[in-house]
Design a binder for this molecule. Structure first.
Ligand code: CTP
Length: 405
């Protein structure tokens, strides 16, 4: 298994340049420290006009560098050493002036010098006035940086501090942190177009009632997040959940099994990988009433009919695609799951013992066994759903390598 990548234990440079969004960099730092990163902040002189170095020092527990020439204080690291030690560098906010300097290799302060000296991946998060952002000079500089492999986190549209409306707000902090994780991860899913399904389905009885199950959607959202983190382009088709879609993922919501089937079929042509983590209802009411059903008799029976088996339909049209299914079981885990693997024509099935303490519906952790063709069995310990997703993506990468020979 390739090592799971998040920010835990990672050595990070946080570059802060002089824009009004500099105050948001403090919260960004806090998020990274919370995940276990070690962060060294480097500020431009202009940035110190907006927020004091002390804020970043207190939040990171590390001294903050602002100046090339002041003598090193206790615990400070010389800029080349810092450049060598960092595993990822994030500049947030990045002003137009800083972007121009980075694009042209100008090294006239501590931050630009450090970034010119480092070999680690760089994540640049522009934030500025919309006209400065759209200016051909800024766009050309960003183009140069992207061509050079710098990760650029596009700013968002909205109300800007300068009074203008438009593109220029610093991206959401979650998006910036996730981009840093991407920059640290193997990009072994580049070129794959992954369709993931997640969550429960709602099968309507009338306008206010439905039949559903306990799925939270977390497992499927993790698969979407990790496939994207490793470079895939991802479409996440989800039943109703309370979760926020992972950054950079195309997100479609559906309600019923029928709607989920139609959405999957619509995206099947372009997909190279399909992962069906959704807990699709196997039965739905034969008829959904147009009006609310009134209570009458003591006992009420409803007739249910089968829903389309989406995974079997995808399996029948598999082609070169890699197909991964899930089997949530309460007994005979391995034999039930293997039977589904064969019957639905899958490459992998994720066998999930939902009775295991700490595993299954609604939890942040899961305990699964991955079953592959030809009798392959990979028994995984209890781990976070993101780590389970990482192991699944490993197997997809492995299957693709085998298929290519
Ligand atoms: N699945 C699907 N469409 C359905 C039902 C299930 O695509 N109508 C998919 C699920 O997303 C999952 C896999 O099939 O990836 C296994 O689902 P499960 O309900 O456990 O399997 P079934 O084949 O329905 O078997 P059983 O209910 O008898 O356990």
């Amino acid at each position: 298994m390739t090592p799971f990548v998040d920010l835990k234990g990672k050595r990070v440079i946080l570059g802060v340049t002089g824009g009004i969004a500099a105050y948001k960099a403090a919260e960004l730092l806090r998020l990274m420290v919370k995940e276990g990163a070690q962060v060294w902040t480097v500020m431009t002189k202009a940035a110190t006009e907006f927020v004091t170095p002390l804020t970043f020092q207190a939040l990171s527990g590390n001294p903050v560098r602002t100046d090339m020439f002041s003598p090193l204080q206790e615990g400070q690291i010389e800029h080349i050493a810092l450049a060598d030690l960092a595993q990822v560098a994030i500049v947030a906010p990045a002003t137009a002036n800083f972007i121009a300097k980075l694009a042209h290799g100008i090294a006239d302060d501590m931050l630009t010098t450090t970034l010119l000296a480092t070999k680690c991946p760089i994540v640049v998060c522009p934030a500025m006035n919309v006209n400065m952002y759209n200016h051909p000079a800024t766009q050309a500089n960003l183009h140069v940086l992207k061509e050079r492999g710098v990760w650029v986190v596009e700013p968002e549209e909205g109300e800007l501090a300068c009074g203008w409306e438009g593109k220029g707000r610093l991206a959401e902090l979650d998006t910036i942190v996730e981009t840093a994780r991407c920059a640290l991860s193997p990009q072994d899913m580049v070129g794959e177009r992954v369709v993931v399904t997640a969550g429960p389905t709602w099968e309507a009885l009338d306008p206010v009632r439905f039949i559903s199950n306990r799925s939270s959607g977390k497992m499927g959202f993790s698969v979407a997040r990790i496939a994207k983190r490793r470079g895939a382009s991802v479409t996440l088709i989800s039943g109703p959940t309370a979760l926020k879609p992972p950054p950079g993922v195309k997100f479609l919501t559906v309600e019923s099994a029928r709607q989920m089937r139609d959405a999957v079929m619509e995206h099947l042509e372009e997909a190279t990988v399909v992962v069906k983590a959704a807990a699709v209802a196997d039965y739905c009411p034969l008829e959904a009433k147009r009006e609310k059903i009134k209570k009458e008799s003591e006992i009420w029976s409803i007739s249910l009919g089968r829903t389309p088996d989406i995974l079997s339909e995808v399996g029948a049209r598999k082609g070169e695609r890699i197909l991964v299914g899930f089997a949530a079981e309460t007994h005979e885990l391995i034999s039930n799951a293997r039977e589904k693997l064969e019957r639905k024509n899958l490459d992998w099935i994720v066998a999930n013992d939902v009775t295991y303490p700490g595993a299954g519906f609604g939890r942040d952790t899961n305990k699964v066994t991955l079953l592959g063709r030809g009798g392959v069995v990979v028994d995984l310990p209890l781990m976070s759903k993101d780590e389970v997703a990482w192991a699944i993506v490993d197997k997809i990468v492995e299957s693709r390598r085998c298929a290519r020979g």
